[in-house]
Ligand binder design. Structure first.
Ligand code: PGA
Length: 227
């Protein structure tokens, strides 16, 4: 199982340090990724946890106020990136074209990419066929044959709401996605300690992308140990 934790705009540089040190001592054989805010990125040398960036601009360096590029990531040997998260699509207005060119840039630079897709509630209301169609459109311009790829399915209506998709829903969508996605497929959206067991038992789920429930290192680890 893959456990990826997305801090979003939570934790500071010092609390991230403490978090990684706590989690490093607990984690044994799971594949664990943590995405701290960019200001907290660092090398964390004695840790088996993979540190990734929540975002970056597709550039080595340059005049892109407020952004970070390859040069800043290289300083900390960061080689993993989240691309296509719904908050970047919806709140920060990244369109599919922006996302595809970001994907291409980081693919060309050998990054491990966790590529996120997910439908809004209006689409979900139209049924599974409409959802699949919408999700497939989020693969436009994306090289699904890239071998350093992980895909995360995160229905927008389940993110941060406390209500995850039902086991049946996850099963149905993951099964359909597995027809085109050969890389590991994560589920995300209100994954919690009390739902992790059922979610991780779904054959088509290779791991989870967790937001709010990963913010406490001990609780995130508890999730890993009961999966
Ligand atoms: P959540 O966030 O677990 O708080 O719903 C998941 C995500 O956005 O990756």
């Amino acid at each position: 199982m893959i456990f990826a934790g997305n801090f979003k705009t939570n934790h500071t540089r010092s609390s991230t340090k403490e978090y990684i040190s706590i989690l490093t001592k607990l984690v044994t054989n799971e594949r664990v990724y943590i995405f701290p805010p960019s200001i907290a990125l660092d090398k964390f040398e004695d840790s088996s946890i993979k540190i990734g960036t929540q975002n970056a601009y597709p550039t080595k360096n340059g005049a892109f106020t407020g952004e970070i590029g390859l040069e800043q990531l290289d300083e900390f040997d960061i080689k993993t990136i989240l691309i296509g998260h719904s908050e970047r699509r919806e709140v920060l207005n990244e369109n599919q074209e922006d996302i595809a060119s970001k994907f291409k840039f980081f693919q060309d630079n050998g990054f491990e990419i966790i590529y996120c897709i997910g439908e809004p509630l209006e689409v979900r209301k139209n049924g599974e066929k409409a959802v699949i169609e919408y999700l497939l459109s989020q693969f436009n311009g994306i090289d699904l044959n890239y071998d350093n790829l992980i895909v995360a399915y995160e229905p927008i209506w389940a993110i941060g709401t406390g209500v995850s998709a039902s086991i049946e829903d996850i099963k149905g969508i993951h099964k359909a996605l597995k027809e085109v996605v050969k890389s590991p497929l994560l589920y995300g959206g209100s994954v919690k300690i009390d739902t992790i067991k059922d979610i991780s038992n779904i054959d088509e789920v290779d791991g989870v992308l967790v937001g709010s429930a990963c913010l406490d290192a001990n609780k995130f680890y508890e999730m890993m140990s009961i999966k």
